[in-house]
Design a protein around this ligand. Structure first.
Ligand SMILES: [Zn+2]
Length: 414
């Protein structure tokens, strides 16, 4: 089946049977010029910075710190028309918070895209369990629930979960589980008997080892979603061929740039994902640097789609922690190696600087002691590895995966 996302793009752009990479690009350029006028006229930030163009690379970038410095400079509608505000930490400058605004129409477009994306993996009459977000009005979870109800799928949002056992209990009988990669991996090890038909991994970077492990345990289809709050949560979702994300092209323009030079990356090369919103009413964003790394896939998808897709998210530019001698370590590296071990349910990583030594302390939740030879061989020699074995239930302190920096094991739980 061709990805429902592609069918949706064909309808939303009115290109229908004429949809191909060239016609889509031309359509997006027309929309881009409408956006340039809209953002120039209605926002303080873009006023005087933009000009109409057929080449998006002529336009300046927007960085997360620009939003953190003055979120209201991006607001294109009166404050009375804001339906939702989300506050996010800015990973670059941690003391500043980004505020993201949505109008009712912005949220409606998100629901519309979620319904299309979810129809890739669930059918009318099925049941989904949402293990991310909460039940607050217009939260990510609530928007997802609304989108599912529009395609005839019942769903529940669990909200505050503190242990894997609660997550397992509420997920019994669900056809589709939607959650964070490390949490669903942990659940699959703790409850191999659950056996949902499909799983959607979202809200964090997705290691290939986690996809493989969940598939192996639950014998289910594992889908990936890529999103950002800044663009209305949903950006892209893969199809049943699992060969790259199909893009929300009717609302967003995707670019991949060389993050050092800012120039477009060569087709197929890895670089930073840059996104422009074509439809955001409350907060238009032009060439927004996401900090995430990926590459375009330009070969046709097995589902029949001819449009470019996004490859796996390969990590974040700022997730590499330098440990001297030009060497670095990242959570992505650790996840790919450690989570590939079937004995490992989960783990935390803590980097400590003791005198001149860098110590990577791993708290591993495993059914048995594991052999770390492969890991040690792949990490820089100046990194000393310590291991302890204990519970590492990701539901007990829910967050995106990262290496914690600190001086004691207690820091892990913060
Ligand atoms: Zn496809």
């Amino acid at each position: 089946m061709i990805s429902p996302v592609e069918t949706w793009v064909a309808e939303r752009t009115s290109l229908q049977g004429n949809l191909n990479p060239m016609t889509l690009r031309n359509w997006q350029i027309e929309k881009l010029n409408d956006l340039i006028s809209y953002a120039s006229e209605n926002t303080k930030f873009y006023h005087g910075k933009l000009h109409s163009t057929r080449d998006i690379t002529e336009l300046p970038f927007t960085s997360p710190s620009d939003i953190a410095a003055d979120p209201f400079a991006f607001l294109a509608i009166p404050q009375s028309l804001i339906t939702r505000v989300t506050t996010l930490a800015n990973s670059g400058t941690t003391h500043l918070k980004k505020r993201i605004f949505f109008s009712k129409a912005d949220l409606e477009r998100t629901i519309d895209f979620f319904a299309v994306g979810m129809s890739t993996m669930v059918r009318k009459g099925e049941k989904a369990q949402i293990l991310i977000s909460n039940r607050t009005e217009n939260s990510l979870g609530s928007l997802l629930k609304e989108s599912l109800s529009r395609i005839g799928v019942t769903s529940e949002i669990l909200g505050a979960i503190k242990t894997v056992n609660v997550a397992i209990e509420v997920s019994k009988g669900a056809d589709c589980l939607i959650g964070m990669p490390a949490e669903l991996l942990y659940m699959s090890h703790a409850a191999p008997e659950l056996r949902p038909s499909s799983v959607l991994l979202a809200a964090d970077y997705i290691p290939q080892s986690v996809i493989n492990s969940i598939k192996e345990t639950w014998k289910c289809d594992v889908y990936m979603h890529y999103g950002h709050t800044e663009f209305g949560f949903g950006c892209a979702v893969d199809c049943d061929q699992h060969n790259g994300y199909h893009l929300r092209d009717a609302d967003l323009i995707f670019e991949i740039i060389d993050f050092k030079t800012g120039k477009p990356a060569k087709i197929g090369d890895s670089g930073e994902i840059v996104i422009t919103t074509l439809s955001n009413e409350a907060m238009p964003l032009i060439r927004y640097r996401t900090g995430n790394l990926s590459r375009f896939i330009n070969t046709p998808c097995g589902c029949g789609s001819l449009l470019p897709r996004l490859g796996r998210i390969e990590g974040r530019i700022d997730s590499n922690i330098t440990i001297g001698n030009g060497n670095s370590v990242s959570i992505h590296q650790l996840d790919e190696i450690i989570s590939a071990n079937p004995k490992v349910l989960g783990f935390y990583a803590l980097l400590k600087h003791v005198g001149k030594r860098n110590i990577l302390h791993l708290t591993i939740d495993a059914s048995n002691y594991i052999d770390l030879t492969t890991l040690t061989a792949m990490l820089p020699p100046e990194l000393n590895i310590e291991v302890s074995y204990s519970k590492a239930d990701p539901f007990s302190h829910r967050e995106k995966r990262r290496i914690h920096i600190g001086n004691s094991n207690n820091d892990v739980a913060k």
